[in-house]
Design a protein around this ligand. Structure first.
Ligand code: PLP
Length: 365
């Protein structure tokens, strides 16, 4: 008998995962914006030590992790919702806020998890095109908000286009958003941005009652495999909304211990940011030598249109991706992310970056 899914579940799109998790060693994984470096030995040790007590459930308040995040950000622990990856916080917030008859506004192309929100809730999504520089058009997004809007998302820097908007435009935007609409600013890559520092946007939480800053340990902190993220919220009501709809014990003890330890090494994270800046320069120059102008990246990846020379951009993209894969390099398809003919390429190690540029030159020849 064929499986009969609910009408809601059958509308939910599959997340476009990268291939490559069962590839041989030596493949350059530049498709998922992960950190190219393994976690610090101290972080691995903290996670391992936590395993000794896994007969117990986690502390459901995650007190040490939330206190460490509070020390790190200056935000009171009562205003921090931790989650099994930041996507889990995002989906919980969507579940708490959205239902049929309500609206959700976000830019497009943007993060491929957002379409899950309308599918899972039955809300109507309003997608606002990015501007010609692949950036959020904040005025157009504000104009798209109606009485029925419950949630507006700004992905800053934006995945997949790597661009960011500045803090003052963002502040002016938040001021325009009515208080019945929650403003979720997805800052998964904010540590890599040039526009403003992670500590700067915290002021938005104090100025407005309807803001959530979404952050993650998956990118800069190199803990994508452990799944820890968090939302910094303007109010305890927002934290409560997230807590209400989900199961208890979302963050496992090893992940919580690793994340807490990861915050204790600012020198190392600073070095990773410097390494990402270096990669940015190398890739921009290398792409430019191939006649490619990438979007202005403020993240740990780049985004660009492949030269199509009158051919179908989607076909060029597929050909280049296949050629790169044959060369042991995995990148992300722009077509799968809303822009056929584009590629999203994560900054790798120095060696990965050079290999990618050489393989791209071959693919385009
Ligand atoms: C990678 C990423 C995240 C992080 O997701 P986790 O669930 O924390 O791993 C969130 N938002 C965006 C835009 C991302 O690209």
């Amino acid at each position: 008998m064929p499986l009969k899914l609910s009408a809601t579940a059958s509308k939910i799109p599959y997340y476009p995962t990268a291939g490559g998790y069962s590839l041989p060693d030596g493949v350059a994984l530049l498709a998922s914006n992960e950190c190219p470096d393994p976690p610090l030995p101290e972080v691995v040790a903290a996670a391992s030590a936590a395993l000794a007590a896994t007969n117990r459930y986690p502390d459901p308040s995650y007190a040490p992790l939330r206190q460490a995040l509070s020390d790190h950000t200056g935000v009171d622990p009562s205003l921090i919702a931790v989650g099994n990856g930041s996507c889990e916080v995002l989906l919980a917030l969507g579940e708490a806020l959205l239902e049929p008859g309500t609206e959700l506004v976000y830019a497009w192309p943007s993060f491929s998890v957002y379409p899950h929100l309308e599918a899972a809730s039955g809300a109507t999504a309003v997608r606002v095109p990015l501007d010609d520089d692949h950036r959020h058009d904040l005025d157009a997004i504000a104009d798209a908000i109606t009485d029925d809007t419950r949630l507006v998302i700004v992905c800053n820097p934006n995945n997949p286009t790597s661009t960011a908007v500045g803090l003052e435009p963002l502040r002016a935007f938040v001021r325009r958003v009515p208080e019945h609409v929650v403003v979720l600013i997805d800052e998964a890559y904010i540590e890599f941005a040039e526009q403003y520092r992670p500590e700067d946007s915290i002021s938005l939480l104090q100025e407005h009652p309807h803001v959530v800053l979404l952050r993650t340990f998956s990118k800069l902190y190199g803990l994508a495999g452990l799944r820890v993220g968090y939302g910094l919220c303007s109010s305890t009501d927002l934290v409560g909304a997230v807590e209400r709809v989900r199961q208890p014990f979302v963050v496992n003890v090893a992940a919580a211990a690793a994340a807490t330890e990861a915050l204790r090494h600012p020198g190392e994270t600073g070095a990773r940011i410097a390494q990402a800046r270096e990669s940015r320069g190398v890739l921009e120059a290398g792409l430019s030598a191939l006649g490619i102008r990438a979007a202005r990246s403020e993240a740990n990846f780049c985004w660009f249109d492949l030269p199509a020379d009158g051919q179908d951009p989607g076909e060029v993209e597929q050909r280049v991706i296949a050629s790169l894969r044959d060369g042991g390099i995995l990148v992300r398809s722009g077509g799968a992310l809303g822009r056929p003919g584009a590629l999203r390429v994560t900054y790798g190690t120095r060696g990965d970056n050079e290999r990618f540029l050489a393989a791209l030159r071959t693919a385009l020849a």
